[in-house]
Design a protein around this ligand. Structure first.
Ligand SMILES: *[C@@H]1O[C@H](CO)[C@@H](O)[C@H](O)[C@H]1NC(C)=O
Ligand SMILES: *[C@@H]1O[C@H](CO)[C@@H](O)[C@H](O)[C@H]1NC(C)=O
Ligand SMILES: *[C@@H]1O[C@H](CO)[C@@H](O)[C@H](O)[C@H]1NC(C)=O
Length: 593
C-alpha cells in the first residue's frame, strides 16, 4: 500500500512540475510570437534600401516568416499605405510604391521603430470583416466606422481583412454609391483572405457552429500573418478569433456584434423537442445536440473575456449577449470597467428628418386620417392581424379612414401572399378602405408618408425595424407591437429639451399593442391593435404635433450617422488608450515596433 502511495506521490509531483514547465515555456513562446510578427530582422532597412535601388520588390522567398513584419514597416513608413493592399495575386511579393521609391531615404527613415509616446507614431486599425463588399446593414456599420476612424487622426491607418476579390477601387466606389461615404482612400489597406469559405455556413454541412469557429480562427491567423495590426476590430462577430489574436499579438480587441452566434433561447426550444420526441434514437440525438450547444454557450461566454470594448447593435442583441458573456464584468486595465454597450447602427436620419419642423413646429395637422404599414409582404409581418383588427375598429369608427399597405414582393410566394390578403379584405368587407402598394420606389413611399398620419408595425419581436425609424422620421405617429426593437430602442418616450430618453409617459411618441395571437401572449396592460386605432383617432391636433416633434427629435438624436460617429470616436479614444497600455507592457524591443 505504502509503495503505491509513494509511486502516486512521485507521479503527481512530476506531473505538476512538467505542467509548470510547460506553462513557463508557453508563456515565453508567446512573446516569441510578438517578436515574430512585429519585429523585422536587425538589418531590415538594408534589404528595403536594396529594393529601392533595385527592382522595387521584396520577395517572400527572401523574407520568409518575416514577410508580415516587413509589410508592416513599409506600410507605416509609406505616404500611400493603400498601394500595399494585398490581393489574391501579390501575396508573395511586396511591391514598393513609386512615391516611396522616389522619396528614398526619407521613406526608409519613416519605417523606423517609434517610442510608445511618440506623437507621430502611426496606428493600424485592423477591421476583420470577411464580407466587406456585401452592401448590407453590417457593412453600413463597418464603413461608417472606417470613416470615423480615418477622420479622427492623420496617424490612423485602416486595414480591412476581407475575402472579397474585387479591386479596392471597385469596393470603395460601391461604398460611395450605396452609403454616400467618401474618405481618405490612401490610408485604407485591403488585405485579401484566401480561405473565406471556411467561415461560410454552407461549407460546413454538419457541426456548422464548430466548423465556422475553427474556420474563423484559421482566417484570423491568415490575417495577422499577412499584416499584424495594432488593434483588432471584429465587426462581423467571430469571437473564436479573439484568444488567438490576444495571445499571439497582445493587442486590444473591439467587438461589434449584430447577432449572437448562439442564443440561450435555442436550448429551451431544444429541450421541448427532446420531451416531445417519440423515438429513443431521436431523443439521444437531440440530447447530444443539446450538450453540444450548451458547451458552445459556455465557451462563447468565456471568449467575452478577451474583449476590451464590447459593443452591440441594439437592445435585442444586448440582452442575449449580456446573458452569455459572463466573463465581461470586472475591473481591468487601469480600473476601467469593461461593460457591454449598445451602439446603434447609423440610419442617416439626418437626411430624413426635417429639422426646422422640430424647432418651429407647424400649428395645424394637415394630414389625412390614414394608416400606413411599410413592410415586406411576408407572413411574419402579420398583415392579416392588421386587417382583422382594422375591420373591428372600422365597425364603430366615426370618421372615414384608409389603410395603406406598402411593401416589396421578392418571390412568387410573396405575390400569392398578397392575393390571400386581398381575399381577406373582401371577406372582411373592407376592400374600399384598404389600398395595396407593391414594390414602390422610396420616393413614392415618401409621398404616402407625407399624406398619412399614423404608421403600423405588427411584427412580433422585430429585432430592430428600420421602417419604424423611417416613419417616425417622417413625422408619423407610430403604432407598434410591444416587443424588442420598436419597444426598447425606437419608439421610446423622449424629452426634446434634454435630448434624451425620458421615463415620463407623457413624453411618449407612439402607441403599443399586444395580441392574443402573439406566440408568448399573456394577459397584459397593453391594449389590442383595434383599440390603438381608436386611440390615435381621438388625439387632438396639438397632441399629434407634439408627439410627432418628439418622435422626430428622438430618431434624429439616436440613429443619425453623426451620433454613430461621435459615439464611435469615444470608443476609439478608449481603444487607443488601451493600445498604449498594452504596448507599454511589452518587452523593450517589441514595444517600439
Ligand atoms: C442587429 O443585427 C441583427 C442581425 O443583422 C438585425 O436583425 C437587427 O435588426 C440589428 N439591430 C439593429 C438595432 O440594427
Ligand atoms: C425526433 O428526433 C429526430 C432526430 O433529431 C428527428 O429526425 C425526428 O423528426 C424527431 N421526431 C419528432 C416526432 O419530433
Ligand atoms: C450621413 O450619411 C449620409 C449618407 O447616408 C451622408 O451623406 C452624410 O454626409 C453623413 N453624415 C455624416 C455626419 O457623416
Amino acid at each position: 500500500m505504502a509503495y503505491i502511495m509513494n509511486v502516486a506521490y512521485i507521479a503527481g509531483k512530476y506531473t505538476l512540475a512538467s505542467v509548470a514547465v510547460a506553462l513557463v515555456l508557453l508563456y515565453s513562446m508567446l512573446s516569441v510570437f510578438q517578436r515574430l510578427f512585429f519585429v523585422p530582422p536587425l538589418h531590415y532597412k538594408k534589404k528595403i534600401k536594396r529594393a529601392i535601388d533595385g527592382s522595387g520588390r521584396l520577395y517572400k522567398s527572401k523574407l520568409g516568416l518575416k514577410m508580415a513584419s516587413f509589410r508592416r514597416r513599409v506600410i507605416l513608413g509609406s505616404v500611400d499605405p493603400s498601394s500595399y493592399s494585398v490581393t489574391s495575386s501579390n501575396k508573395n511579393v511586396i511591391e514598393l510604391a513609386p512615391i516611396d521609391v522616389s522619396n528614398g531615404d526619407a521613406f526608409l527613415e519613416a519605417t523606423s521603430p517609434k517610442q510608445v509616446i511618440d506623437g507621430s507614431r502611426k496606428i493600424i486599425f485592423g477591421f476583420f470583416h470577411p464580407y466587406c463588399n456585401a452592401g448590407g446593414g453590417g457593412e453600413r456599420v463597418l464603413w461608417q466606422a472606417v470613416h470615423a476612424t480615418l477622420e479622427a487622426s492623420q496617424n490612423y491607418i485602416v486595414a480591412i481583412y476581407t475575402g472579397d476579390k474585387a479591386e479596392k477601387e471597385e469596393i470603395l466606389a460601391l461604398v460611395k454609391q450605396r452609403f454616400g461615404l467618401k474618405f481618405a482612400n490612401e490610408r485604407i489597406v485591403f488585405i485579401y483572405l484566401s480561405k473565406r469559405y471556411l467561415v461560410d455556413g454552407s461549407y460546413w454541412k454538419t457541426w456548422t457552429l464548430l466548423g465556422q469557429a475553427i474556420g474563423s480562427v484559421y482566417l484570423a491567423f491568415e490575417a495577422i500573418n499577412t499584416l499584424p495590426p495594432d488593434v483588432f476590430l471584429d465587426t462581423m462577430g467571430y469571437p473564436f478569433a479573439y484568444p488567438l489574436v490576444y495571445h499571439l499579438l497582445k493587442i486590444p480587441i473591439l467587438s461589434y456584434t449584430h447577432f449572437p452566434i448562439i442564443q440561450k433561447e435555442m436550448l429551451g426550444k431544444l429541450s421541448g423537442q427532446i420531451t416531445k420526441n417519440s423515438s429513443l434514437l431521436g431523443k439521444v440525438k437531440l440530447m447530444v445536440k443539446y450538450f453540444y450547444w450548451q458547451l458552445f454557450i459556455i465557451v462563447y461566454g468565456f471568449l467575452g473575456y478577451y474583449v476590451d470594448i464590447p459593443l452591440c447593435n441594439g437592445s435585442w442583441t444586448f440582452n442575449h449577449l449580456n446573458s452569455i458573456w459572463w466573463m465581461l464584468d470586472g475591473t481591468r486595465k487601469d480600473d476601467n470597467v469593461v461593460k457591454l454597450r449598445v451602439l446603434y447602427p447609423p440610419c442617416s436620419t439626418e437626411q430624413l428628418v426635417d429639422k426646422d419642423s422640430i424647432v418651429k413646429p407647424k400649428t395645424t395637422w394637415n394630414k389625412q386620417d390614414w394608416f400606413v404599414c411599410l413592410a415586406q409582404f411576408r407572413p411574419e409581418k402579420r398583415h392579416s392581424l392588421i386587417l382583422t383588427e382594422y375591420s373591428k375598429f372600422l365597425s364603430d369608427a366615426t370618421r372615414p379612414t384608409k389603410l395603406v399597405l406598402i411593401g416589396s414582393t421578392r418571390t412568387e410566394q410573396d405575390l400569392k401572399f398578397v392575393e390571400e390578403l386581398r381575399a381577406l379584405t373582401k371577406e372582411l368587407k373592407i376592400s374600399e378602405n384598404v389600398e395595396f402598394v407593391l414594390d414602390a420606389p422610396f420616393e413614392t413611399v415618401k409621398e404616402y408618408f407625407a399624406k398619412c398620419s399614423y404608421s403600423i408595425n405588427a411584427m412580433w419581436n422585430e429585432h430592430f425595424g428600420i421602417a419604424v425609424v423611417e416613419a417616425i422620421a417622417a413625422g408619423l405617429i407610430p403604432i407598434n407591437h410591444a416587443s424588442a426593437g420598436p419597444l426598447l430602442d425606437i419608439a421610446v418616450p423622449w424629452d426634446v429639451k434634454e435630448k434624451k430618453q425620458s421615463s415620463d409617459e407623457s413624453n411618449k411618441i407612439g402607441f403599443f399593442f399586444k395580441s392574443p395571437q402573439d406566440p408568448d401572449y399573456v394577459k397584459t396592460d397593453y391594449p389590442g391593435l383595434a383599440t390603438c386605432f381608436s386611440e390615435v383617432m381621438e388625439l387632438s391636433d396639438a397632441e399629434k404635433i407634439a408627439m410627432s416633434v418628439r418622435g422626430k427629435s428622438c430618431v434624429l438624436e439616436k440613429f443619425s450617422n453623426e451620433t454613430f460617429e461621435s459615439d464611435w470616436d469615444k470608443n476609439l479614444g478608449k481603444l487607443v488608450k488601451y493600445e498604449t497600455y498594452f504596448r507599454e507592457r511589452k518587452g523593450k524591443v517589441e514595444q517600439v515596433y
